[in-house]
Write a protein that binds this ligand. Structure first.
Ligand code: ZN
Length: 458
């Protein structure tokens, strides 16, 4: 063999070996280094149950929205056919991201997400009252941020977004309710505490909305104007063409303001004629005031004990099941028995707050998926199940558990598949880093993602 040939072969062999080794190295990494989280650029309290749904399954993909860096809305999608993830893509710029102290995120403008019947993905985000520069707020006061609406430029493709200037800037706690016929209701509080809760209806895939309709009235009490009636509400699909709601009361003091929240309420909307009624079927006059709420929609009188909003679902008979958060720790569950509300029960006696969402399989089979404190210390996300209509509870499967870090959860993915049901957020109380790892959980565990995709450079 001529020497020139050997000389020329040597580098080639080296190159070939390198290519092969590099190929082995790459395949080894991509095979082994699948992580359980789908992103690490959640920011602050990146998901919560009140801005909901923040995720939806549609046409083979699960779409997930969350609060990312600068409180901007970010969206990922998981393709159930190919097993591949897309995103995170930034869907818009939140006006809450320019706060003076970035270590204290506002968190009110987390995105809510809906997929319309044409396949476009929408997020509403960024609001917490809006400044007076944004105009007169006919349903309340001013605050910060700006409620905005972004939509994908193509159906099912989250890589490109545009802003639709068609929602009031004052809204916060944005919530979507989608009906079987494709009508979409957008509920929100029309500003800070001193504001009504309203809805707007869209019959054209959120290209236009009806003017806001006030549902819950903010007002100063006649006898003591220092006490102003304020609310926290959670809206959801009911049976058929109805929407159900659970809400709690905040006595919003003008002087000596505090975070007191009391009492639990429920009501229902008949979408066919836009009427509202209580659990017993008595019609309500809108907007519902504190006086009429106390008289007609009260589920639980908490006295001076602090409670907070939870979620509300219905069984096949249309009866409402709800849970609310209780200052003593565990959530409290109750359901409508046809003529009264069942005495609330607590799934656990472990102290520490809980929150999450609920699946009502039947009037007597109820499952709660909650984050909360772990017996003996630490945090966990686990199921609590009842087979007797919520009279007794058994601890079910643990989704995730740790002695060190804490968890939050979103509400359930709307129209979820069994393998992708809820977003879990992890936060480490020992760290000042506000970036969060987010996990998508389903019956096969966490939906994994290659580390190179899940670790977002910041
Ligand atoms: Zn207040």
């Amino acid at each position: 063999m001529p020497k020139w040939f050997l000389d020329s072969m040597m580098p080639m062999v080296t190159v070939l070996q390198t290519v092969v080794l590099h190929g082995v190295f790459l395949s080894a990494v991509s095979a082994d280094d699948v992580v359980e989280f789908f992103t690490d650029n959640g920011f602050g309290n990146a998901v919560a149950t009140i801005q909901h749904p923040c995720a939806e399954y549609a046409a083979g993909k699960t779409f997930l929205a969350y609060q990312g860096p600068h409180e901007d809305p970010y969206v990922c999608s998981y393709d159930h056919t190919t097993g591949r993830w897309a995103g995170p893509f930034k869907a818009g710029v939140s006006a809450l991201g320019t706060r003076p102290d970035p270590t204290k995120p506002d968190n009110h403008g987390r995105p809510a997400l809906v997929v319309d019947n044409a396949g476009y993905v929408h997020v509403v985000f960024g609001g917490h009252g809006g400044s007076p520069l944004l105009g007169h707020n006919e349903f309340g006061a001013h605050g910060s941020g700006q409620q905005m609406h972004a939509v994908t430029t193509r159906p099912g493709d989250i890589s490109s977004w545009e802003i639709l200037d068609n929602v009031p800037p004052f809204g916060t706690y944005s919530q979507f309710v989608k009906m079987d016929d494709g009508d979409i209701y957008l509920f929100y509080r029309h500003g800070p505490h001193c504001s009504d809760w309203v809805y707007q209806k869209s019959t054209d895939n959120c290209r236009t909305f009806s003017p806001p309709v006030s549902v819950l009235k903010f007002k100063a009490q006649q006898d003591d104007p220092n006490i102003r009636d304020s609310w926290y509400a959670w809206f959801n699909r009911g049976k058929g063409d109805t929407i159900v709601c659970m809400y709690i009361y905040h006595p919003c003091l003008a002087v000596d303001h505090n975070k007191q929240r009391v009492n639990v309420y429920h009501m229902k909307m008949n979408c066919a004629d836009s009427t509202w009624e209580n659990a017993a079927g008595r019609e309500l006059i809108l907007p519902v005031t504190k006086e009429s709420a106390d008289e007609l929609t009260l589920v639980y009188n908490s006295g001076t004990t602090k409670v907070n909003h939870g979620v509300c679902h219905v069984d096949e008979t249309g009866a409402a099941h709800l849970f609310f958060r209780h200052s003593a720790g565990s959530v409290r569950y109750t359901r409508w028995l046809g003529n009264s509300w069942q005495e609330p029960t607590a799934p656990t006696t472990v102290p520490g707050s809980q929150d999450g969402d609920m699946i009502v399989d039947s009037p007597t089979s109820i499952r709660l998926l909650l984050h909360g404190s772990r017996e003996g210390g630490g945090s966990e996300v686990c199921w609590w199940n009842s087979a007797d209509g919520g009279l007794t509870w058994q601890k079910g499967e643990t989704v995730i558990s740790s002695p060190d870090v804490g968890y939050n959860v979103s509400s359930f993915v709307h129209a979820a598949t069994p393998e992708a049901q809820i977003i879990v957020e992890e936060h480490d109380p020992r760290s000042s880093d506000l970036h969060r790892r987010l996990f998508l959980w389903g019956e096969k565990g966490f939906v994994g993602r290659p580390a190179s995709e899940a670790r977002v450079s910041r």
